[in-house]
Design a protein around this ligand. Structure first.
Ligand SMILES: Nc1ncnc2c1ncn2[C@@H]1O[C@H](COP(=O)(O)OP(=O)(O)OP(=O)(O)O)[C@@H](O)[C@H]1O
Length: 357
């Protein structure tokens, strides 16, 4: 069959292209030009994106497959980078990888695959797509250390139907690298990519400051009762649930405190006692990967979170998550519903109104 492979120039998607090509499929490679570190940082010659495109092309040449580069910079800027900064500016903690998967990768590339007559879009994500009685199902990767299922919760059922994730079955990353070596891929020894691809050297605050300066404006750290206990230099530097780096003043007489809300309109970071939390979490933009219905399941409220037993109930504008035990989730993050290895859906966490004076 004809398969469009999303090639980032990294080891994972290169192995995907190679495996599918070796298996006899009619493989077409596509690389999205998403950002330019040189342009973003003002530094000349810092264009990692350019190197990645070059690497993807070398792999495609090595495999003898056609390869296209698509300029998706404007789309990425609007759908991912602007959303990232806007989200911080309203006191949320965004997950840009979910926005990117939702828009640029699965939204646009599944459509491109159809235009090119390809039956499937393949990526190097570590997840499994299995066929069940309801159609395509999203499952965790075999390797729990690499599993990316949480980041794919917004992929629609129609997009999943048309996707392939060959690496979800791999035992671990070492096996993928070994495969890259065996296949003679020129990127076999390339280091793994960084966390947020468009933020150079992890300085996300600088990027937010350029786009939404109000998100890094100074303000007060207050208790839920409205007592001022410290100063901060921007709500964008904080996330709900954070207990570190709150400053000495915010640690009342040595007792620890935790961020319980970010009131961006008043530039306030609201702190409370550790153990503060809620049993009711409201979600927006919920994507169901099963028929929407009340579910008894386990939810994950950030990428590297443990599972929390809960009941998820669909509502007219999203879903309500009723947790067995209180949690302190960060608005803007994802809440993903799991039953065993399968993802049943997920949505974005709505803000919990700040209760400070
Ligand atoms: N610029 C891009 N163009 C096309 N596809 C991309 C691009 N960036 C990422 N992808 C696709 O999304 C997948 C997951 O992206 P992620 O950033 O998690 O990659 P990764 O774990 O670094 O993998 P890789 O080793 O392939 O770069 C990639 O394996 C690839 O299929």
């Amino acid at each position: 069959m004809r398969v469009l492979v999303a090639m980032s120039g990294g080891v994972d998607s290169s192995v995907v292209a190679a495996l599918l090509s070796r298996a006899g499929h009619d493989v077409i490679g596509v690389t999205l030009q998403l950002y330019d570190h040189g342009a973003a940082t003002g530094r000349k010659g810092a264009c990692c994106a350019g190197q990645d495109i070059h690497d993807a092309r070398r792999v495609a040449d090595h495999l003898g497959i056609p390869h296209y580069v698509i300029d998706a910079e404007a789309r990425f800027r609007d759908a991912v980078i602007a959303d990232f900064a806007d989200s911080y500016a309203v006191g949320e903690t965004p997950v840009p990888c979910v926005r990117c998967n939702q828009s640029v990768k699965f939204g646009d590339l599944v459509a491109l695959a159809a235009d090119l007559g390809a039956e499937r879009l393949a990526t190097g994500h570590y997840v499994r797509r299995l066929d069940g009685p309801e159609g395509a199902e999203l499952h965790r990767a075999v390797d729990p250390a690499r599993d990316q299922s949480w980041f794919l919760f917004a992929t629609t059922r129609a997009q999943l139907e048309r996707s392939l994730f060959p690496l979800g079955e791999m035992p671990d990353k070492a096996a993928v690298r070994a495969e890259a070596g065996r296949l003679g891929l020129p990127v076999a020894a390339k280091p793994d990519s960084q966390d947020i691809c468009f933020v150079p050297q992890g300085s996300y605050v600088d990027m937010v400051a350029r786009l939404r300066p109000e998100a890094v404006a100074a303000g007060e750290i207050v208790t839920e009762a409205g007592e001022v206990v410290g100063q901060h230099d921007g709500v964008a530097r904080y996330t709900v649930g954070q207990a570190k780096r709150l400053g000495m003043a915010a640690q009342a007489g040595g007792s620890r405190r935790v961020v319980v809300a970010l009131d961006a309109a008043r530039r306030r970071v609201v702190v409370g006692a550790p153990g503060a939390g809620t049993r009711l979490v409201r979600l927006r933009e919920v994507n169901w990967l099963t028929a929407p219905r009340p579910l008894r399941c386990a939810v994950k409220l950030r990428a590297r979170d443990s599972l929390h037993p809960a009941e998820v109930v669909p509502t007219a504008d999203g879903a309500e998550v009723r947790l067995d035990a209180p949690v302190l989730p960060a608005p803007g993050q994802g809440c993903v519903f799991y039953t065993g290895e399968r993802v049943l859906g997920g949505g974005f966490i709505r803000p919990i109104p700040a209760s400070s004076g």
